[in-house]
Design a protein around this ligand. Structure first.
Ligand code: NAG
Ligand code: NAG
Ligand code: NAG
Ligand code: NAG
Ligand code: NAG
Ligand code: NAG
Ligand code: NAG
Ligand code: NAG
Ligand code: NAG
Length: 546
C-alpha cells in the first residue's frame, strides 16, 4: 500500500482503473432455499440418502407462471441470455404408473397433445432474459408427436447457414433430432429432422472452439450392462466428433474417448449425462453417474485438443450437490467467459429404489423438478476446482447490465389433499379484481417404480372468503391443472378477500402451490386438518396478482 504522500494522482488513477475493471454486475441464481420457510413441512419429503443442501426452489417467469426448466441449457445470443428447456408439465409419469390390488385410480387420460395429461410430448420452452434473473417465455415448441418426443435441447448458431440449430434428444436409440430457426426465440421448424452421423444418441453436449468449430460429445447406447445386486445399468461408449458447419451432421472425424468395457474395468464408473465445453485453451468433458433420474458423482476429463487424448481429471463432486450433471453452459461476461455446470435437480421420496448406498431411481414424477446451476472455477494448471454446491450461485453478467434484483426463493408446497387444506389468511383484506397464482398436481409415488395413477382423481377447489362474510368457489378439473406450477385466474370484481383456501377430494396425490418468504407480515399461511390450523410463520402464499 503506497504511503499517503506517494498516493495522489497514482492512487486516483488506480482507483478509476479498478472501478472500471470491477464494473461487473452479478446475477443471483437460487438453487436451494437458504432457509426452509415451510420448516420441512411441504408434503414433499425427500429420500434420506439425498444430500441436503437445502430445499429445492422453483422459479417463475415475468408473468408469474412457473418457469419450467427441466434439462435446461443456457446461452447468450443477440444481446440476451437464453434458456431452452424441456417441459414435463403435461404429464407427471416419466416411466410407469401401476395399479396395486384394490387401487381405483383413473385410467390413462387421452387428452390431446399439449393438454395437461398428454402422454409423451410436453415440448420445449424458449425463454430470454436481459440479466439471468427475469425470464420471459418466448416460444413453446411442440413438435409432431408421430415424429419425435423431444427433450434435452441445446441451441447453437451455425455461421454457415445463418440459422440457430436446436439439437434435441428424442426417441430411444435413434439419432438426435434438430430444428432450425432464424432466432433463438424460434419459431422452430416442425417436424424436427434427424441428425446425420454415427454414435449420436442418448445424451450429448456441443462445445464451440475459439475458431467457431463445433464438436459434439455423446454417450450412445451399447449392449454393455453393469449388474449390481441384480439390477442392470447400461454402460455407454463416449464419443467426441466434429460437427459439419451446418451443425446437423457429424463430420465423421470420430474420436472414441472411452469404450464402455475399458471404462468399467479401469474405473468402475458408469458415466452419462455429459457436458462438453472449451475454456482457456482446453476442452473439458463432464459426466454424471448413470442412474435413472437421480443424483450422483460428477467426473471429468480434459485435453488440449477436442479429439484428445484426454487426461483423467477425477471427481468434481462425490454427490453431485444433490443433482445429476447436465451439460455445460459457457456465457460471456464482463469478467471473461464463465462456465456454469448444469445439474438436474430430480425429486426424490422415501420409497425410491436404493441399491447399495445410492438412489438408483428417484420419483416417477419429475415435472416439478428444476435445473441447478453451479459456476465452475479453474486452477492455474487448467484443472477444475471441486463443486461447492452453493444455495445461491453468483454469475457475472455481460458489461452494461445493471445489477438485477434478487430473485424470489419460492418453495413447492404440495399439501392440498383429502382432509387437508392449504390456506392464506389476510389481516387486512385484499381488494382484488383478478386473483392469479400458480398451482400444480402430483400423484403419490407408491414405490420404486410406480405411482398412484396418471392424474388426480378429484378436482381442485379454491374458495375465497370476503370481508362481508360471503364466499366464492372456483373449481378446476384435474385435467386442467398442470404438473408444473401454472397460474389459475379468478375474477373477483373488486371484492375484499379475507382468506384463500385450496381443497380437494382427490385421494391419490396432492395439489400444490408456491410459497414465498413472508414479506407482507399481514396474516398467516398454513394448512388446516380437521379444523386445526398449522401455520408456517416464515411463509406466505405466492400470488402473482391480487
Ligand atoms: C411419442 O409419445 C406418444 C405417447 O407415448 C406415442 O404415442 C408416440 O408414438 C411417440 N412418438 C414416437 C415417434 O415415438
Ligand atoms: C462467419 O461467416 C462470415 C461470412 O459469412 C465470415 O466472414 C466469418 O469469418 C465467419 N465467422 C466464423 C466464426 O466462422
Ligand atoms: C447389440 O446387440 C445386437 C444383437 O444382440 C446387435 O444386433 C447390435 O449390433 C448390438 N449393438 C451394439 C451397439 O453393439
Ligand atoms: C450438412 O452438412 C453436411 C456436411 O457438408 C452434409 O453432408 C449434409 O447434407 C448437410 N445437411 C443438410 C441438411 O444440408
Ligand atoms: C458420416 O457417415 C455417415 C454414415 O455413418 C453418413 O451417413 C454421413 O453422410 C457422413 N457424413 C459426412 C459429412 O461425410
Ligand atoms: C475434490 O473432491 C474429491 C472427491 O471428494 C476429493 O478426492 C479431492 O480431494 C477434492 N479435491 C480438492 C482439491 O479438495
Ligand atoms: C371428487 O368429486 C367429484 C365430483 O366433484 C367426483 O367426480 C369424484 O369422483 C370425487 N373423487 C373422489 C376420489 O371421491
Ligand atoms: C379448463 O379451464 C378452462 C379455462 O381456464 C375452461 O374454459 C374449461 O372449461 C376448463 N375445463 C375443465 C374440464 O375444467
Ligand atoms: C373493501 O374495503 C374497503 C376498505 O378497505 C372499503 O372501502 C370497500 O367498500 C370494500 N369493498 C367491498 C366491495 O366491500
Amino acid at each position: 500500500m503506497p504511503s499517503p504522500s506517494l498516493c495522489g494522482l497514482l492512487c486516483l488513477l488506480g482507483l478509476l482503473w479498478s472501478t472500471s475493471a470491477l464494473d461487473v454486475s452479478y446475477a443471483s441464481y437460487i438453487n436451494f432455499a437458504g432457509v426452509d420457510i415451510l420448516g420441512g413441512n411441504d408434503g414433499l419429503p425427500s429420500h434420506p440418502l439425498l444430500p441436503n443442501y437445502g430445499k429445492p426452489t422453483y422459479p417463475i417467469t415475468t408473468d408469474g407462471n412457473g418457469r419450467e426448466q427441466v434439462e435446461a441449457h443456457l446461452s447468450y445470443f443477440e444481446g440476451s441470455y437464453w434458456m431452452h428447456a424441456a417441459t414435463w408439465g403435461c404429464d407427471g409419469s416419466l416411466f410407469v404408473f401401476a395399479f396395486g390390488a384394490g387401487d381405483d385410480y383413473p385410467a390413462s387420460p387421452t387428452y390431446a397433445p399439449g393438454d395437461y395429461g398428454a402422454d409423451g410430448n410436453c415440448g420445449i420452452k424458449s425463454y430470454s432474459s436481459p440479466d439471468l434473473v427475469s425470464w420471459t417465455l418466448r416460444d413453446f415448441y411442440q413438435p409432431d408427436m408421430s415424429v419425435a418426443n423431444v427433450t434435452k435441447p441445446v441451441v447453437r448458431y451455425s455461421n454457415a447457414t445463418g440459422q440457430y440449430v436446436m439439437i434435441m434428444g428424442g426417441n430411444a436409440k435413434s439419432n438426435f433430432f434438430y430444428a432450425t430457426a432464424a432466432s433463438p426465440a424460434g419459431p422452430w421448424s416442425n417436424p424436427p429432422s434427424v441428425m446425420a452421423g454415427a454414435h449420436i444418441n442418448h445424451d450429448f453436449d456441443v462445445a464451440v472452439g475459439p475458431d467457431g468449430t463445433h464438436y459434439m460429445l455423446s454417450d450412445p447406447f451399447t449392449n454393455a450392462t453393469l449388474t449390481t445386486d441384480g439390477y442392470g445399468v447400461p454402460v455407454w461408449d463416449l464419443y467426441v466428433q466434429q460437427l459439419a458447419p451446418n451443425l446437423t451432421s457429424t463430420l465423421n472425424t470420430t474420436a472414441t474417448l472411452i469404450r464402455s468395457a475399458e471404462q468399467l474395468r479401469d474405473t468402475g464408473l458408469t458415466l452419462e449425462a455429459c457436458g462438453f465445453f472449451y475454456h482457456d485453451g482446453y476442452w473439458y468433458l463432464t459426466f454424471g453417474m448413470t442412474c435413472q433420474n437421480c443424483a450422483g458423482y460428477v467426473y471429468y476429463y480434459y485435453a488440449e485438443h477436442p479429439l484428445g487424448p484426454y487426461t483423467d481429471g477425477g471427481y468434481l463432486s462425490l454427490d453431485g450437490c444433490g443433482g445429476q450433471n447436465k451439460g455445460a453452459n459457457v456465457l460471456p461476461s464482463a469478467a471473461g467467459p464463465v462456465v456454469v455446470a448444469g445439474s438436474l435437480g430430480y425429486k426424490t421420496g422415501p420409497d425410491n429404489l436404493v441399491v447399495g448406498d445410492n438412489i438408483w431411481h428417484a420419483d416417477n414424477h419429475q415435472a416439478a423438478s428444476s435445473t441447478y446451476f453451479f459456476p465452475l472455477t479453474f486452477n492455474a494448471d487448467h484443472t477444475i476446482r471441486n463443486l461447492t454446491c452453493p444455495a445461491v450461485a453468483r454469475v457475472p453478467l455481460v458489461a452494461g447490465v445493471p445489477p438485477p434484483d434478487e430473485p424470489l426463493a419460492l418453495q413447492l408446497d404440495c399439501r392440498v389433499r383429502t382432509g387437508q387444506t392449504i390456506a392464506q389468511w389476510f389481516d387486512t383484506p385484499k381488494v382484488v379484481s383478478q386473483l392469479e397464482f400458480p398451482v400444480w398436481q402430483r400423484t403419490d409415488n407408491l414405490g420404486p417404480t410406480w405411482n398412484a395413477g396418471p392424474v388426480l382423481n378429484g378436482p381442485l377447489t379454491v374458495t375465497l372468503g370476503f370481508d362481508d362474510g360471503d364466499h366464492a368457489r372456483f373449481v378446476w378439473a384435474a385435467s386442467n391443472v398442470s404438473w408444473a406450477p401454472t397460474k389459475i385466474t379468478m375474477d373477483v370484481a373488486g371484492r375484499n378477500v379475507s382468506w384463500i383456501k385450496l381443497t380437494t377430494n382427490a385421494t391419490n396425490g396432492c395439489y400444490g402451490t408456491l410459497a414465498q418468504p413472508n414479506t407482507d407480515k399481514d396474516g398467516a399461511y398454513g394448512v388446516v386438518v380437521h379444523g386445526q390450523r398449522t401455520t408456517s410463520p416464515l411463509a406466505q402464499l405466492y400470488v402473482y396478482q391480487y
